[in-house]
Design a protein around this ligand. Structure first.
Ligand code: SF4
Ligand code: SF4
Length: 338
């Protein structure tokens, strides 16, 4: 696959050309923070961002979405979004999270809504230029990536290297005006960025290998840390909502005023919320805060981890920043269990 070297002016021209042809979502400043949103001009794109408020999973599993429309005759039509789009500037840890979500939504029960959006997306990944305050991707082997994207951008000094990984990425590169051939020195500088990022993206230091976490949790179900931390938990669900690997949702049917038609929707849900495990008859399988708090960590580093053979935490640090009582830090909890 091709690799090109480009300066900021060439990058801007390229991005504006892409925007003219199809929907492009990229990272932009939102006050002092950053968020993915529709991009209308290259100058708004901030590839130097530290972390986005919400992960880019919202483009594959929106906060709320229509699944199908139905009528009283029992007929229904599935609702799927088919517009192609480019997701520009996805950090490596979010690329890994998207790859995990792809497995979840395609393996056992193929989710046509998620997977249609996913197939319509072109992912332009971007190596991290500025580490966020709470990132620990370096500890989770997600500071850099070699797959899961169509094209990867890496900043080396005043230039970027753009490497296509798939035919979709290759096609994007054909639209790139004035790209240069990189030399060996450029490639060596990119290697150095990858090496540096693995060390720099460790604002919290996990004291064990992530692969040891399922075994650690196996023997920690009754550890005092769960109750001690859960005492401070508001059950607000923010740690779930900002997480790139949380995918739980709630499904609801709404009947229209005519009582003849309606639609089925789904919306993000979170296991820290009190009603998450409530069932008909009023029973709640995790009615205590301790049960809900503990479940989140078991899901990340044991249940899903054993299913996918990879830890369902990519070390983005969003949950740490979002938690007001400061109890959601996975590294802090796992280190305390060691
Ligand atoms: S658990 Fe926290 S640090 Fe890990 S992926 Fe989710 S939000 Fe990021
Ligand atoms: S751990 Fe923190 S963010 Fe998560 S539900 Fe409790 S208070 Fe909210």
């Amino acid at each position: 696959m091709s690799i090109k070297k480009l300066d900021q002016a060439a990058l801007d021209t390229w991005v504006n050309k892409l925007i003219a042809n199809q929907s492009v979502y990229g990272v932009q400043a939102k006050g002092e923070r950053f968020a993915f949103g529709p991009l209308s001009k290259a100058e708004d794109l901030r590839l130097d961002y530290d972390v986005t408020i919400l992960p880019p999973k919202k483009y594959f599993q929106p906060q709320r979405e229509d699944l199908l429309e139905f009528n009283a005759k029992g007929e229904y039509t599935s609702v799927t979004e088919t517009e192609p789009f480019i997701l520009f500037g996805v950090h490596p840890y979010d690329v890994v999270a998207i790859a995990q979500m792809d497995t979840i939504f395609s393996a056992d029960n193929y989710d046509v809504h998620y997977m249609t959006r996913r197939h319509n997306a072109t992912i332009v990944a971007c190596d991290v230029q500025n580490a966020s305050a709470n990132v620990f991707a370096g500890c989770m082997n997600t500071a850099t990536v070699t797959k899961g994207f169509d094209l990867l951008l890496t900043k080396i000094g005043e230039f970027y290297l753009a490497e296509a990984k798939t035919p979709k990425g290759e096609k994007l590169l054909t639209d790139l005006p004035g790209g240069l051939e990189p030399g060996n020195l450029d490639l060596a500088r990119r290697e150095q960025v990858w090496k540096d990022n693995t060390g720099l993206l460790r604002k919290h230091k996990l004291k064990c290998n992530p692969q040891e976490l399922p075994g650690l949790l196996e023997k920690s179900y009754y550890a005092p840390v769960w109750e001690a931390k859960a005492k401070l938990c508001f059950s607000c669900g923010s740690c779930n909502l900002v997480c790139p690997t949380c995918y739980c949702f709630d499904v609801q049917d709404d009947v229209n005023w005519d009582l003849q038609s309606g639609k089925r929707t789904r919306a993000w849900d979170g296991c820290l919320l009190k009603d998450f495990a409530a069932v008909a008859g009023g029973h709640n399988f995790r009615s205590s805060r301790t049960d809900r708090y503990r479940h989140r960590f078991y899901r990340k580093a044991k249940y899903v981890a054993e299913k996918l053979n990879q830890i369902a935490c990519v070390g983005c640090g969003r949950c740490i920043s979002a938690c007001v009582p400061k109890i959601a830090n996975p590294v802090e909890v796992f280190n305390e269990l060691l």
